[in-house]
Write a protein that binds this ligand. Structure first.
Ligand code: HEC
Ligand SMILES: [Cu+2]
Length: 374
């Protein structure tokens, strides 16, 4: 009997040490990302609390089962206790055990309710960013400053790199230690802006505005993804947030404003651009904005996205071409670009489409043409 006890004790020790080492390992490798904001830290702590409680309960229950299996096994001639229900414990255990479990539930629920309330809080924010999801990019509007950032997948990262499909051309820059309000919406289908280290997730729904908030407390770069299947390019709309000190953020914001003014001035200058220059700008802009669907080779995706190489629209009447690009095609994935790009950018893209991949119209579309077509 004492030998059996020894085996049992060792077994229990082994089980306990394995179970305890799993969560410890999970913290490092497989756990939620390390939180970098007040609200995500609350969520993280809640997750650790429930996971710990669940692990302890599992160890106790598994221990009791293993103990019972060995102690009361038939081969040692154990006779079932016929009087258990007449003892004090037998009478009350059926009520006591659920009461204890409920008590544990309520103590977890207490902090969960507090966190949920915090998630839904609408306290005034210092910075408001409208986050718009579209196939397949994110647009960030800084509501107070009138600055807009369009964030596309960085296609230059090789598939062997750790940041493959996780990097963008323009990051969302935010200050630390300031309350930030996100307004989530979408232009086409459902998307979800998800950066687990600094913010919780709510769907971006066309025609609706959802609100979330954060207060980042550590400078750094935080990555996320679109978390709502939004079509063939779903994997190609990563999110990169760069959190910086308030002083650096103010400086960055100033630079953005100056760049914006310069771009508007350049676009609206009464200048006639040479074909070569339009083509050079057009290629870059096309690859960023249009190639996700129409492909860098202009061949599209048969049956889904039309080819622009040899397309009747790209080779035909310029007025029609302008109209398709400016106004989009209702009910399809072809968005209206009029409000997304300026006259010069649109002129360059359309020029590129009319002269790349063997489309040889020779047309150099000018910003003035776009202005007239708007
Ligand atoms: C999200 C996918 C998507 C993106 C991004 C996109 N398009 Fe389109 N585009 C479409 C679809 C779908 C159509 C077909 C619409 C229809 O059914 O008529 C289309 C049609 C067109 C056509 C008409 C082609 C033809 O032969 O009928 C042109 C020109 C065009 N797009 C230009 C552009 C330009 C310029 C851009 C970038 C500024 C762009 N598209 C970005 C999906 C896209
Ligand atoms: Cu999406």
């Amino acid at each position: 009997m004492s030998e059996l006890k020894q085996i049992f004790k060792r077994g229990l020790l082994l089980i306990a040490s394995t179970l305890f080492s799993i969560p410890a390992f999970a913290v490092r490798e497989y756990n939620l990302p390390e939180p970098a904001s007040t609200i995500t830290r609350e969520i993280y702590d809640l997750h650790m609390l429930t996971a710990t409680v669940a692990t302890i309960i599992m160890i106790i229950v598994t221990g009791i089962i293993v103990y019972a299996l060995i102690k009361f096994r038939k081969s040692t001639g154990y006779q079932a206790d016929q009087n258990f229900n007449h003892t004090w414990f037998g009478r009350w255990s059926w009520a006591l055990v659920p009461a204890i479990v409920l008590g544990i539930d309520f103590s977890v629920a207490g902090s969960a309710v507090k966190t949920l309330g915090n998630i839904e809080s609408h306290d005034p924010a210092a910075v408001t960013v409208k986050v718009t999801g579209s196939q397949w990019k994110w647009t960030y509007d800084y509501m107070e400053d009138g600055v807009k950032i369009v964030s596309n997948l960085n296609k230059d990262i090789p598939s062997t790199d750790d940041l493959y499909l996780r990097d963008v051309d323009n990051r969302l820059v935010l200050p630390i230690n300031q309350r930030i309000r996100f307004l989530h919406t979408a232009t086409d289908v459902l998307h979800a802006w998800w950066v687990p280290a600094i913010a919780y997730k709510k769907d971006s729904i066309p025609g609706y505005i959802n609100e979330t908030w954060t207060m980042i407390d550590k400078e750094g770069v935080y990555r996320g993804q679109c978390a709502e299947n939004c079509g063939t390019g779903h994997a190609y709309m990563p999110i990169v947030v760069e959190a910086m000190s308030e002083a650096n953020y103010a400086e960055w914001m100033n630079e953005q404003k100056l760049a914006m003014v310069a771009a508007v001035a350049e676009s609206s200058a009464d200048k006639t651009w040479p074909l070569a220059e339009l083509m050079e700008r057009g290629e870059k802009l096309y690859n960023t904005n249009c190639a996700g669907c129409h492909m860098p080779t202009g061949t599209g995706l048969p049956g889904v996205f039309p080819a622009l190489k040899g397309s009747a629209v790209a080779l035909g009447d310029l007025a029609k071409h302008n109209e398709v690009v400016l106004k989009g095609v209702a009910g399809t994935a072809m968005a209206a670009w009029a409000s997304q790009l300026n006259d010069l950018e649109l002129a360059a893209i359309i020029t590129y489409e009319r002269n790349a991949w063997g489309n040889d119209t020779g047309d150099a579309v000018q910003p003035a043409d776009i202005k007239a077509a708007r």
